[in-house]
Design a protein around this ligand. Sequence first.
Ligand code: ADP
Ligand code: ZN
Ligand code: MG
Length: 497
Amino acid sequence: MSTTTALSPEVLAKYQPVIGLEVHVQLLTETKAFCGCVNRYGGEPNTHVCPTCLGLPGALPVLNRRAVELAVLASKAIHCEIRETSIFSRKNYFYPDSPKGYQISQFDRPIAENGWIDVPDATGATKRIGITRLHLEEDAGKSVHDGFADSVSKTYIDLNRCGTPLAEIVSEPDIRTPDEAFEYLTRLKEILLYTGVSDCNMEEGSLRCDANVSVMLKGATKFGTKAEVKNVNSFRYIRAALEYEIERQIEVLESGGRVVQESRLWNNSEGRTYSMRSKEQAHDYRYFPEPDLPPLVVGEAWQREILTALPELPEARRLRMIAQYEINQQDAMTLTATRAFADRFEEAAKAAKSPKRVVSLITSELTGRLKAANLELDQSPVSLAGIVKAADLAESDELSSKMLKQLLDTCFAEGKDFGEVYERDKPQQISDAGAIEAMIDEVIAANPKQVAQYRGGKKTVAAFFVGNVMRLSKGQANPVLLNELVTRKLDALGSAE
Ligand code: ADP
Ligand code: ZN
Ligand code: MG
């Protein structure tokens, strides 16, 4: 799936790629943007439809309040300014999956503008990618080209998706490498998931990306002519498509040609792009204000109300967690992989004796085993409650690290949670006072310095003896009895005067 150009690194290095991304994301509403039809993927073709989303004469659109709220949430999360009064426009074009003959969108006065997302660049430094705008619009239906007996000669139309609310998020041409594009998309998707704006399911088309790319000679001030790559359904393929397209354009220029402004399709199995059609200009769409919808007004009070639902965003959360749990960036990435997991983790950590130990169990013991078993965090047989139990037992020295590892291995081998396996396989407890006393004597004899400290009045040293005896007993000493006997033995030595 690599490109086939024969361009030398020296030639490639003469050029500067410029990339801008347009992301369409379906909003997670109950109903469609302008009618009461259910907004749900799939279903029998042409069943989630009504006169409005079918574009029947006389049917009028009514804007979905929830779609506006989600758009405002997303806009704020990507640092956009909200426009108090925005306007819906008609974007006119004919296509079989759009029965009205136009798409309701926003044109010159979108709901939000001037945002940004920070991404790490090649050196690991933070780079800010500008966001031109976020606007609201409706999705089209789908043309179904195969799956029917007469699919060779006929195309079928499914209008279930017609009128699904979308936010289109347009980046500035600030992206310089395919890797930066990948990072930008990864962060954007994470933000949209954290805010609950979309499920971002790329297989179902909830998140779609058009990638605009051009190249210019390094040092040039004017951007080259761009091509727009469509039909790419994973971030990794978008990166590959951009890599291909950059080399293709350089090759065109190097051989004396000119890049034409056009839409190109990515072919995944061939690993290349194909020219699809020359790109329409904005004036081809004959945009005009939508006469059936009043201006959208999102006043300050409503904005404030919406923003109470804005959660701590992933990047800020990682920074806080790095400080709070004394972990590194990598661990923070693991723990914040999804908002649900991060929430559950923090809840669990609060209940644990040592949050730090919970973190280290997850990042050292759990993730390794998950990887080996090819499981995601949310598929782990060991729940967070199980991890907390294990961490607490380890913290109080009731479980040696060797035993802990063994129990976790058993959990993964049997697909059982830690609590269950621990109750069944836990080390036999020693509750024989004589046996415990013998071990305490041994530890006391081996540690005269700590004994002296205790006798000198430093009572907290008792924990040192408890811990050492627990280890000596391989975690098997009855902890309550052990505590009691240690204090009694040490006190019996009398205080040092
Ligand atoms: P169009 O009018 O063709 O839709 P826009 O100016 O609206 O173009 O930009 C669409 C997207 O293309 C934006 O994400 C923008 O950042 C990006 N873009 C614009 N010009 C270039 C360029 N020369 N090279 C790469 N990307 C570009
Ligand atoms: Zn409808
Ligand atoms: Mg445009």
